[in-house]
Design a protein. Structure first.
Length: 226
């Protein structure tokens, strides 16, 4: 009986360990050219949970992401991005806070592109916008391409599939933004992280961070726990 209980305990421990290992999230490996020339904005105090009763705010470097609200859609609030009025969209709003000032942001995505029980960034159509006194940043991921526009400058967004420890995965772990030079990158898997090229002016720094935060906050509908 004792031997049987011991075997059961060992098997349960192995299964539990395998389960925990299987649930571990692969982290994005930053491209060498970005990692070597960027300031890292690490994430802290971020919950995995989502929904109306959850505080989804978190710290992002010297900023805070606050006022996350997932309760609106195209029937109750104006959409964001290149969607027609007839296109069914769902979205969320948030703000990037620093030194007592907030830069409001919101994102909208086509309902049919979101998927349930997981999604693929390759088919997702999403747009985000952050706008304040210092100007505007806009993200658009549509069939015409993926871009980040900060005021009048446009950056191309490219997926990053590399994971820490080597190897790749099919669904992107993040995205990089490039024009004539790299702007930075964002990790979109939990908990997330941002890389921004050193020497950016404060306004561009804040707008880029706010736009990247929108991509970090995206969840497929089945992940929005109520």
């Amino acid at each position: 009986m004792t031997i049987q209980r011991s075997r059961t305990t060992v098997i349960w421990s192995l299964l539990s360990g395998a389960s925990l290992f299987g649930c571990a999230t692969a982290r994005m490996a930053a491209p060498a050219d970005i990692a070597g020339a960027s300031e890292v904005l690490a994430v802290s105090d971020r919950s995995r949970a989502s929904g109306a009763l959850v505080n989804e705010g978190f710290k992002l470097g010297s900023y805070e992401v606050v006022d996350v609200d997932r309760k609106w859609d195209s029937s109750s609030s104006s959409g964001v991005g290149p969607w027609s009025k007839e296109t069914k969209t769902t979205g969320f709003s948030y703000a990037l806070s620093s030194n007592g000032k907030k830069l409001p942001g919101k994102c909208s995505s086509e309902t049919k592109s979101q998927g349930f029980g997981g999604f693929n960034w390759g088919s997702l159509k999403i747009a985000c916008a952050c706008e304040g006194e210092g100007g505007k940043a806009e993200v658009a991921m549509v069939k015409e391409g993926r871009t980040l526009k900060i005021d009048d400058k446009e950056y191309k967004l490219e997926p990053i599939n590399a994971v820490e420890g080597g190897g790749t995965q099919s669904n992107p772990t993040g995205f990089r933004a490039d024009a004539d030079q790299p702007l930075g990158a964002v990790e979109v898997v939990y908990p997330g992280q941002v890389w921004l090229t050193k020497g950016l002016d404060p306004a561009t720094h804040a707008k880029a961070t706010c736009a990247f935060a929108g991509l970090m906050l995206y969840k497929a509908p089945s992940e929005n726990l109520k």
